[in-house]
Design a protein around this ligand. Structure first.
Ligand code: GUN
Length: 290
C-alpha cells in the first residue's frame, strides 16, 4: 500500500493508495452486508438523478456498480431536467416513508430551478447517507453520532489506514465547502488535530499552508499547489479532480513538484476519488445498523 520510490536522486514519498484502501473498505462492507442478509436484513439505497449531466451520470453509475459489488440493492430514479421541485420533494417524501429504503441520495448539482438546500433538508436524517442534512452536520459539529460526508470521512480513513497520526498535528484545510472543507475540519478536530481552515480570502496563504503537518487541498484549481506551499515532510491530500490541457486527470496539487518534498501524498487519480464511494457504501450499511 505504501511505495517508497526514488526519482532523479530525490527521495519520493509514501504514495497513499486510495484504490487499495477503498477496495479494502468495500470488502469489509460486503462481508457485513452478507452477514445482515443471513439475519434476513437487506440494505437498499435509492439514487436520484435529475437531468443528464454527463459527469453526474458517471458518478451515479459508479455508485450503482459499487452497490452491486457489496450486495446493497439500489433503486434508480432518473428524472428529466425539467422536473419541478415539488415533484422531486414528493418523490423524496415517498422514499422517506418506505421502510425497505435505508438510504436516499440525490446527486448534486441539481438544475438551477431547484433549491438544493430545500431538497437536502427534505431527506429523512436517518436516511441521509450523504451526510449533507443540517442535522447530520450539527451532530458532527457537537460530536454526536450521525452520517458524515463521504469524501472527508474517506480522507480520515486514508490517513488512519496509512499509519498517519492526526492527534496533535497541525492540520490545514484549503477550501471551506459544505461537502468537503467544513466537515473535513470538524473530523480532523475530532481526531485531535490542531485545525486551520483557509479559503480564497486568506492572506499570505503560503505562509499558513507551510505550517501544515497535514495539508488537505480542496480548492478546485488544477495544479495550484506547488512545493512553495508545502513544508518539508508534510502529508498532502489532494481532493481536486480535473482534466488538464492534454486531457489527463490531475488534482489541485502539482504532484510532480510537490511529491519530492512531502512524506506522503495522494495521487490523482487513485487517491481521494475512490474513497467517496467506499464511504457511501459504509454509510449505507450503517443506515441499517444505526
Ligand atoms: N456531487 C458531487 N459529489 C457528490 C456527493 O458526494 N454526493 C452527491 N449527492 N452529489 C455529489
Amino acid at each position: 500500500m505504501c511505495k517508497e520510490q526514488r526519482r532523479n536522486g530525490e527521495k519520493m514519498p509514501q504514495i497513499i493508495d486510495g484504490k487499495a484502501i477503498s477496495a479494502q473498505i468495500k470488502d469489509e462492507v460486503k462481508e457485513q452486508v452478507a452477514a445482515l442478509k443471513e439475519q434476513g436484513k437487506s440494505v437498499c439505497l435509492a439514487v436520484i438523478q435529475v437531468g443528464t449531466d454527463p459527469a453526474s451520470s458517471v458518478y451515479v453509475g459508479n455508485k450503482k456498480k459499487a452497490c452491486a459489488y457489496v450486495g446493497i440493492e439500489s433503486l434508480s430514479y432518473e428524472l428529466p431536467e425539467e422536473t419541478t421541485q415539488e415533484k422531486l420533494l414528493s418523490l423524496i417524501a415517498e422514499l422517506n416513508g418506505k421502510e425497505e429504503v435505508n438510504g436516499i441520495l440525490v446527486q448534486l448539482p441539481l438544475p438551477g430551478h431547484i433549491d438544493e438546500d430545500a431538497v437536502i433538508r427534505s431527506i429523512d436524517p436517518k436516511k441521509d447517507v450523504d451526510g449533507f442534512h443540517p442535522q447530520s452536520v450539527g451532530a458532527l459539529c457537537i460530536g454526536q453520532p450521525g452520517f458524515v460526508s463521504c469524501t472527508p470521512a474517506g480522507i480520515i480513513q486514508l490517513l488512519k489506514r496509512s499509519g498517519i497520526e492526526i492527534a496533535g498535528k497541525e492540520c490545514i484545510v484549503i477550501g471551506r465547502s459544505n461537502i468537503v472543507g467544513k466537515p473535513m475540519a470538524l473530523l480532523l478536530l475530532r481526531e485531535n488535530g490542531t485545525v486551520t481552515v483557509t479559503h480564497s480570502k486568506t492572506k499570505d496563504l503560503k505562509d499558513v499552508t507551510k505550517r501544515a503537518d497535514i495539508l488537505v487541498v480542496a480548492i478546485g484549481k488544477p495544479g495550484m499547489i506547488t512545493r512553495d506551499y508545502v513544508k518539508e515532510g508534510a502529508v498532502v491530500i489532494d481532493v481536486g479532480i480535473h482534466r488538464n490541457e492534454n486531457n489527463k486527470l490531475c488534482g489541485d496539487v502539482d504532484f510532480e513538484d510537490v511529491a519530492p518534498v512531502c512524506s506522503a501524498i495522494t495521487p490523482v487519480p487513485g487517491g481521494v476519488g475512490p474513497m467517496t464511494i467506499a464511504m457511501l457504501m459504509y454509510n449505507c450499511l450503517h443506515s441499517v445498523l444505526l
